[in-house]
Design a binder for this molecule. Structure first.
Ligand code: ATP
Length: 329
């Protein structure tokens, strides 16, 4: 059922450059969380700190009683077995077939026989829809297929936590929709804890249970999807609604003069909160709360038209084509 990841007061600098400070959040067991943030705000650095590839200057990353930030190399080696990581480009070995790439962690970290390895590799290739391509080299397949192969490899050691570094980077909207559906299906199947770093607003609005935003060297907000999608906090609102008006500038945050010049009366209203993407079999997600539950429990009125089921428009299209305003669910 996945494991909880608790991050407390995490701070990371490179020389004089502070990447982020005092980041605290909990990735709930078995849930999907998304981390957003303008380019260069340290999302990849955050993922690396979670698996102990980078040591933070301060703070803790607690997983099943082990603090990754301070534990011994031996404990780190053990705790890393809980993780599967999908790197941006799939991080395939170019000279190995997809089969050998996916089998690699099993050959490195287990004493399984080649017959057992074949069975596991083919099971994961089936999960990501790559049966038939196992003999191909990474250069012979598309970027989307490489990502799916990377995902198969991330799954072979039965991870409790899966980290995705921009699973949609370089993919067209259709391939992005497919990989998002695959992520939701896998989460329902293996019930591990997922953290996805992405720039794709549609992914952020429909895939996760929780959303975080790194901005201005700190964690601006982290919480249930509905909390962020109904937030009036300027940076959150600007980012999730892909607007130019707000504190996030072209290179980093805008200064006070730039902000004073902006006409905030032109800010468009918050778009409706879409329904969460469901697994392909349409069963509820393992940790799914009823649509609107967080808003109702917290006295927040969601934007008009939220949580409407529109059978004609696919889930992944609803953000761009919000249904006309009306009462909230
Ligand atoms: N090993 C390192 N040594 C020094 N600086 C680093 C190192 N790794 C990352 N950085 C710096 O940390 C900052 C954050 O980088 P990171 O790649 O985490 O950003 P990001 O939010 O993932 O960006 P993007 O969305 O563009 O992928 C950058 O300024 C980068 O140059």
């Amino acid at each position: 059922m996945g494991v909880e990841v608790r991050v407390e007061g995490l701070t990371k600098s490179f020389g004089k450059q502070t990447i982020w400070r005092d980041v605290s959040l909990t990735l709930p067991a078995g849930e999907i969380s998304v981390m957003l943030g303008p380019s260069g705000t340290g999302k990849s650095v955050f993922l690396k700190a979670l698996i102990g590839l980078l040591k933070p200057d301060e703070g803790h990353v607690l997983i099943e009683g082990t603090d990754i930030a301070t534990c011994s190399e031996r404990d780190l080696y053990e705790i890393r077995k809980l993780f599967g990581v999908l790197f941006q480009d799939g991080a395939m070995f170019g000279s190995m077939t997809l089969f050998d790439n996916v089998a690699f962690p099993l050959r490195e970290h287990t004493r399984k026989s080649e017959t057992e390895i074949r069975e596991i590799v083919m099971e994961k290739m089936t999960m990501v829809g790559l049966v038939g391509a196992e003999g191909k080299l990474p250069a012979e397949i598309s970027g989307g297929m490489r990502k799916r192969a990377g995902l198969a490899r991330a799954l072979v050691l039965e991870p409790e936590i899966v980290l995705f570094d921009e699973p949609d980077s370089g993919l067209d909207p259709v391939r992005t929709a497919f990989i998002n559906q695959l992520i939701v299906d896998l989460n329902a199947q293996i019930e591990a804890t997922f953290l996805i770093v992405t720039h794709d607003i549609n992914t952020a609005r429909t895939v996760p249970d929780n959303i975080g935003l790194l901005f201005h060297r700190h964690l601006a907000m982290f919480g249930p999807r509905e909390m962020l999608l109904s937030s009036e906090e300027p940076a959150v609102r600007q980012f999730l609604n892909a607007q130019t008006v707000g504190p996030i500038g072209m290179s980093e945050e805008k200064d006070a003069d730039e902000l004073a010049l902006e006409d905030h009366s032109t800010l468009p209203p918050l778009p409706p909160i879409p329904l969460q993407l469901l697994p392909t079999d349409r069963r509820p997600r393992p940790t799914q709360a009823p649509p609107g539950a967080w808003c109702a429990a917290n006295g927040v009125v969601p934007p008009p038209g939220s949580f409407r089921d529109d059978p004609v428009t696919p889930h992944s299209m609803r953000v761009q084509n919000p249904v006309s305003s009306g009462g909230a669910a």
